[in-house]
Ligand binder design. Sequence first.
Ligand SMILES: *Cc1c(COP(=O)(O)O)cnc(C)c1O
Length: 380
Amino acid sequence: MKFETKAIHTGQEPDKATGAVIVPIYQTSTYAQGAPGEHKGYEYSRTANPTRTALERCLASLEGAKFGLAFSSGMAATSTVMNLMKTNNHIISCDDLYGGTYRIFEKVYKDYGLEFSYVDLTTPENLLKVLKENTRMIWIETPTNPLLKIIDLSKVSRLARKHRLILAVDNTFATPYFQKPLLLGADIVVHSSTKYLGGHSDLVGGAILTSSQKYYDRMKFCQNAVGGVPGPFDCFLALRGLKTLSLRMREHQANAFEVSRFLSRHKKVKRVIYPGLKSHPAHNLAKMQMSGFGGIVSFELKSGLAGSRRFLKSLKLFFLAESLGGVESLADHPAIMTHSSVPLKLRKRLGISDSLIRLSVGIENKEDLLEDLRRSLTFV
Ligand SMILES: *Cc1c(COP(=O)(O)O)cnc(C)c1O
């Protein structure tokens, strides 16, 4: 089956009891047993729940993975990947990273004796400079957040294999519709399904996908042992969102192209970052490893913080909000909002300036979106 079909059907056979074509919301914590230990595969909903099983199977099929695990948030998924590590293990991470991921590495897992190095992996060989005896994992996002840098997944996975490191990829921005890291050699894919997978800004969720039996067994154990699982209603919403993932991603991309071209031509805009533009430094690499460029556009205004504030306050259709990936357009000021937990010095080095704005371009009518941007730019 192809992607669009799997999104609608995998794990979602008609209900055996009633024929319902939609997977029911199994709103139950426990399951009656015939005799002690005799059950139908379900004992307690932290361990497994049928609505969650459907979501896990569907997500795995979309990423080309053997196994899927669903979580109550992207961070719960990330945390469970970290449960593969042991005290004194060293992790090499890309330097432009979701703020919450940076925070859990630095403020939680450092206290458990894990070590982290942050390097610019747009040059994959940079990881050799920080490689140590105790390095166990490489953690990357591509495209990165918010600067949309592209990291060569095949090259990094070759290096990971050579040095026997686990390669984990946060695929939230691209989604499996546009990029499948496992097929390019990654061991583990992580998602915040809060974003494009759910797609309607009405749920918080996360997922892990892998084809490794060994890593799956350990993370499945930790999913149950630690307990960051999603409720059945959230699983239902995620499944419902997935059915239209391909449609939405195509529209997000079409509108993101329009927005990036419009901004590139505007005299008050200093630079536009979108992997689909030829001006993007890694446009060719993006074209090679992705089947599309996604719906996030970042750009810098020529004026400083005051101008950015006026622009963001004037937007009407683009809501000024954290998060991304929903059908509605959102605008974010990374330095003040999503990336405020990244230290100022690091933000400066990365290029997250006070005039950087990140747009999550929704699937509204493109003319309406451009008009909102055009009008708001007059206030800069
Ligand atoms: C939002 C996000 C996360 C965290 O996910 P939550 O669902 O908010 O816990 C992780 N990585 C990326 C790239 C994100 O955008």
